[in-house]
Design a binder for this molecule. Structure first.
Ligand SMILES: Cc1ncc(COP(=O)(O)O)c(C=O)c1O
Length: 364
């Protein structure tokens, strides 16, 4: 008997699995699996969120106008060239759905953010992975894989889960090497952390000036609003118009819009969160390296740690050991990195627990 069948590509999708939030250890949990902000959201954002409780029976303003205005003010952008989404994940899907379908290719780098190939498959398009060099996107390898079928190139800068980045000049070279009908999507989810590096560029200038570049941002990391699902993008008017045609009319909830505006205004809180990361990222990196572990340089709010490929000493064993201590890292075999774990920067006490636990693990 005939049965309903999804479109080709859909059954190739292995659904995205988010970071774990619980362990069986009974110990206090340090959830370091999802690159969230350890300081949480601005109290002002929480108050703004709570203040929407009386309005929950009303549809939100569909274009997130007040939030786009605030983003425009803060980033010196025309609010008409900003689109808000239910997380940057939604915007990734909308961009792929609008520009790629069966027979088209979506290019990304081998250890790039997992949502890019998943969104491509969901749209019936073909994800193409370009090899990296030392866990870093390789501009020449990406450009070599552009074909007449390529519609979009996704680059997380800095990248999750590797923490690596392309300097501004390399980003410009990647864009300059693309045909004009191929869109470069620069996913700057961790831009606020990365801006400390002198040669870093978020891609906002490319998105402002080029007809085929998009910059994506999120409220899930520095802003501490992951639960509300809020992200935004900016691009040329034609791309913005296209995405607005495919997005749901009320895709961002009222509480998310309200909290987003308040979060942007609380510059002090953002600076605290950024300073926390600037202090603890180098500390954690150095402490773990001192244990003899390979820790990759990161411009995000997380580190990538390599473990030896030996039973009992490998990433799976380290993961089990940490979980028994109540510490939850992220296993990243789905990214092609089975011998590594990703650990988000936590609160001071959590970071110290990580080092103490891994010291014990390394000692055996
Ligand atoms: C590079 C990158 N892009 C996008 C996202 C998704 O962010 P959002 O919560 O806004 O959907 C993440 C989340 O981990 C990420 O690491």
């Amino acid at each position: 008997m005939a049965s309903p069948r999804p479109r080709p590509g859909i059954l190739e999708i292995t659904p995205y699995v988010g970071g774990k939030a619980k362990t069986a250890s009974g110990k206090p949990v340090a959830k370091l699996s999802s690159n969230e902000s350890p300081l949480g959201p601005s109290p002002k954002a929480v108050a703004a969120y709570q203040a929407t409780a009386a309005e929950l029976h009303r549809y939100p303003e569909g274009s997130s106008a007040a939030l786009r205005r605030e983003i425009g003010r803060r980033f010196n952008l025309d609010p008409d060239l900003v689109v808000c989404g239910a997380g940057s994940d939604e915007l990734i899907s909308l961009l792929v759905r609008a520009y790629a379908g069966p027979g088209d290719e979506v290019l990304y780098s081998r250890h790039g953010f997992l949502m890019y190939p998943l969104a491509a498959l969901a749209a019936g398009a073909h994800p193409v992975a370009a090899p990296e060099r030392q866990l870093t996107a390789d501009v020449d390898a990406l450009l070599a894989r552009v074909t007449s079928r390529t519609r979009l190139v996704f680059l997380a800068n800095p990248n999750n889960p590797t923490g690596s980045y392309l300097p501004a000049a390399e980003l410009a070279r990647l864009h300059a090497g693309l045909p004009p009908d191929v869109i470069l999507v620069i996913d700057a989810a961790y831009a606020e952390y990365a801006e400390a590096a002198a040669d870093y560029a978020s891609g906002i200038e490319l998105a402002r000036n080029a007809p085929n570049a998009v910059m994506l941002r999120t409220f899930s990391k520095l802003f501490g609003l992951a639960a509300l699902r809020l992200g935004w993008m900016t691009a040329a008017p034609e791309i913005v118009d296209t995405v607005n045609r495919v997005r749901g009319p009320f895709n961002v909830s009222l509480p998310a819009q309200a909290a987003g505006v308040a979060a942007l205004e609380d510059v002090e809180h953002l600076e605290r969160a950024r300073a926390h990361n600037q202090r603890w990222l180098p500390w954690l990196t150095a402490e773990l390296q001192a244990l003899g572990l390979t820790v990759h340089p990161s411009l995000g709010n997380f580190v990538l740690i390599d473990f030896p490929d030996q039973p009992g000493r490998d990433a799976a064993a380290a993961n089990a050991f940490l979980e028994a201590e109540g510490i939850i890292p992220r296993q990243i075999a789905a990214y092609g990195l089975p011998h590594s774990l990703r650990l988000s920067i936590g609160l001071q006490e959590e970071n110290r627990r990580v080092v103490a636990a891994l010291a014990e693990f390394v000692r055996g």
